[in-house]
Design a protein around this ligand. Structure first.
Ligand SMILES: Nc1nc2c(ncn2[C@@H]2O[C@H](COP(=O)(O)OP(=O)(O)OP(=O)(O)O)[C@@H](O)[C@H]2O)c(=O)[nH]1
Ligand SMILES: [Mg+2]
Length: 327
């Protein structure tokens, strides 16, 4: 399909065109990459913005349940919601978003919602780019809210927080009073901590965990992007739909403040700059990832091993061949 036609259909809200475009940005083929880049440039002109919400949490914490309940609440308010997943491992079973469609039976059928299954095999760098581009496509398609889910295993949180306006960290009630080994780097990225499962017998533990995290958040270095009182920790129950309105109010309050204070646009610009750099770095690495480049590397490496070339000169020869270092 022509890029212009595809772009127009996406802007008009055609779901099949959107799915097709996401498949396009997931492709590694050079001609697909070129078409994807042209498509995204064209769609950027539409200037549409969604509220991008990143969501992370360890397996079993209730991400799918939360997205189902929270997503339904938003669609019932008339908002259009897209759900994307950043799945850092292809070997993961059970929690894959395909399985998630069955964990989100209501949202999967809601007319205002769109759930995109995550691609199966991939490397993290590739995932980052695809997720970011898929978010841009959903924005152009007119979704009001884009939820980007990832399982909490480390690196994928960086990816998700760098494509989100707001980063949610979902936690489960802890047994004791110890913090759940959440890495400092992840805590520092959180805008709102939701302690889930605050219901039934788990409620007291959830309240304690929430208080512990509220305390831990106060010890973090203050960020320019936050108003007084943020980042904050609150309890929710995705299962019983408790606290979800409050959570949504907090999210809107935070992002509303950031918009007024100029942080919203600044954060988005910084993210764009970050991804530009990543894209260039990734492009340089992928220039090494083909048969001809690998053969040339092997050839030069053999000369280095044989003592015919120094590592420095061999590297320079390689880079000159790639056009990275001038002749
Ligand atoms: N009591 C209680 N249980 C919940 C709540 N939310 C989720 N659960 C349960 O916790 C279990 C895991 O929920 P999921 O939503 O699948 O968790 P997840 O984070 O998506 O898990 P993965 O996809 O494997 O990473 C399920 O048995 C849910 O029913 C809640 O608010 N309260
Ligand atoms: Mg899940």
């Amino acid at each position: 399909m022509e890029t212009e036609t595809l772009a127009q259909k996406i802007v008009d809200g055609d779901r099949r065109a959107l799915s097709r475009a996401i498949t396009l940005v997931e492709s590694r083929r050079a001609d697909h990459r070129a078409q994807a880049a042209a498509l995204l440039q064209q769609l950027a002109q539409a200037g549409r913005q969604a509220f991008r919400i990143g969501l992370s949490g360890t397996p079993g914490v209730g991400k799918s349940t939360f997205i189902e309940s929270f997503g339904m609440m938003l669609t019932e308010q008339g908002l259009r919601v897209a759900v994307l997943a950043v799945d850092p491992s292809s070997t993961r079973t059970g929690g894959s978003i395909l399985g998630d469609k069955t964990r989100m039976p209501l949202l999967a059928r809601a007319p205002g919602a769109y759930i995109r299954p995550s691609p199966s095999q991939s490397q993290l760098g590739g995932i980052a780019r695809r997720s970011r581009e898929a978010v841009a496509l959903c924005e152009a398609a007119g979704f009001d809210v884009v939820l980007i889910e990832t399982v909490g295993v480390g690196q994928s949180e960086t990816v998700v927080s760098e494509i989100s306006d707001l980063f949610l960290l979902l936690l489960a009630p802890a047994g004791g009073d110890e913090l759940q080994g959440v890495k400092r780097g992840i805590m520092e990225r959180a805008d709102l901590i939701l302690v889930n499962k605050a219901d039934g017998a788990l409620k007291p533990a959830a309240m304690r965990t929430c208080a512990d995290y509220a305390g831990a958040l106060r010890l973090l270095r203050k960020r320019a992007r936050d108003p007084e009182g943020f980042p904050k920790a609150i309890t929710v129950s995705a299962l019983e739909n408790a606290g979800l309105e409050t959570a949504w109010d907090e999210m809107q309050a935070l992002v509303g403040w950031r918009r007024e204070a100029g942080h919203y646009d600044r954060i988005r610009s910084e993210q764009a700059r970050f991804w530009f750099g990543e894209e260039v770095r990734e492009g340089l690495l992928s220039a090494l990832d083909n048969g001809a480049a690998k053969a040339r590397m092997a050839e030069l490496a053999a000369q280095v091993v044989a003592g015919e070339l120094t590592p420095e000169l061999a590297a320079q020869t390689m880079l000159t061949g790639l056009g990275v270092v001038p002749r």
